[in-house]
Design a protein around this ligand. Sequence first.
Ligand SMILES: Cc1cc2nc3c(=O)[nH]c(=O)nc-3n(C[C@H](O)[C@H](O)[C@H](O)COP(=O)(O)O)c2cc1C
Length: 327
Amino acid sequence: MKTAFTELLGIDAPIVLAPMGGAVTSDFAAAVSNAGGIGMLAVSWNSPEAVGEIVTEMKALTNAPFGVNLIREWDQRERLASALQAGAPVISLFWGDPAELVQEAHDGGALVFVTVASADEAERAVAAGADVIVAQGWEAGGHVRGTVTTLALVPRVVDAVTPVPVVAAGGIADGRGVAAVLALGASGAWIGTRFLAAQEAPIHDDYRQRLFDAVETDTYYGTLFDVGWPDAPHRALRNTTVEAWEAAGRPEPGVRPGEADDVAARADGSPIKRYVSSTPHSSMTGDVETMPNWAGQGVGLVTHAQPAAEIVRELVADAERILAPPA
Ligand SMILES: Cc1cc2nc3c(=O)[nH]c(=O)nc-3n(C[C@H](O)[C@H](O)[C@H](O)COP(=O)(O)O)c2cc1C
């Protein structure tokens, strides 16, 4: 399937494994890149040394392009330098002003993707040198940049930045969604929640099962899981933490129910407190239901585990069938 995005990247499928902190390994991202899409690594919290190692590992797993995502809430200069030095072909920037890092990424030989949530923000990103714009709609899982839905956002961003390729994100969970955003003028689909169903996704089994059981009305949007990343709106499955907080009258941080609770633990035994912004990983123990089980509104379409490559093939085949001219 050829689009402006696939042509720019030299790939076969306009499908992006969205960067998902704590939910993407190099094996997982490489599986998507090797299937013709592009896998994005989320390394915003790794040490700069680890970033270099992960990129080197990726290059051993695939000859196809892949990306490294950095969230501008934190200083990312050292991680960026390390990713570029190891040869990352794509850098993706989320949250905050990308301008400071774009030139350095270009100087290091990488293409730069910038995630935006309005046409205005898209224009500024292009002026700063972005090669691809990712338009993230409000339906999205995880941290959500703006409040405009994908259907309304994507054509506005396309009109604002053409001929720069636009990749749509938020709520795309099957071939119908891929076909829809291509019809809106996007040239790729950036998919998170659906890919959490991939067998390669290193998420906790309880979290995965909750994704399969959830429907489109089951998500929470707000700033509740703010420990470690305050004032940053996000979308996750409604859970007992959300319900207890709502039942208490939605109190402010500092007086929320169970703030001192250790609800789960990391593999090294370190405790995870309620309201911490962390992804339930397969190595964690405890009551991960209480943690942010990140999910977008497309979650109702996520029903069963599959290999990542099969998800890529299915998305493309279904989108092609829908978009094919009538015989
Ligand atoms: C578990 C999870 C973790 C995420 N972590 C990141 C991240 O580290 N960096 C980033 O730019 N976006 C992150 N996102 C947002 C995704 O990249 C993407 O925009 C979103 O998943 C798209 O919406 P969808 O889930 O409806 O497909 C995350 C999303 C999820 C579900």
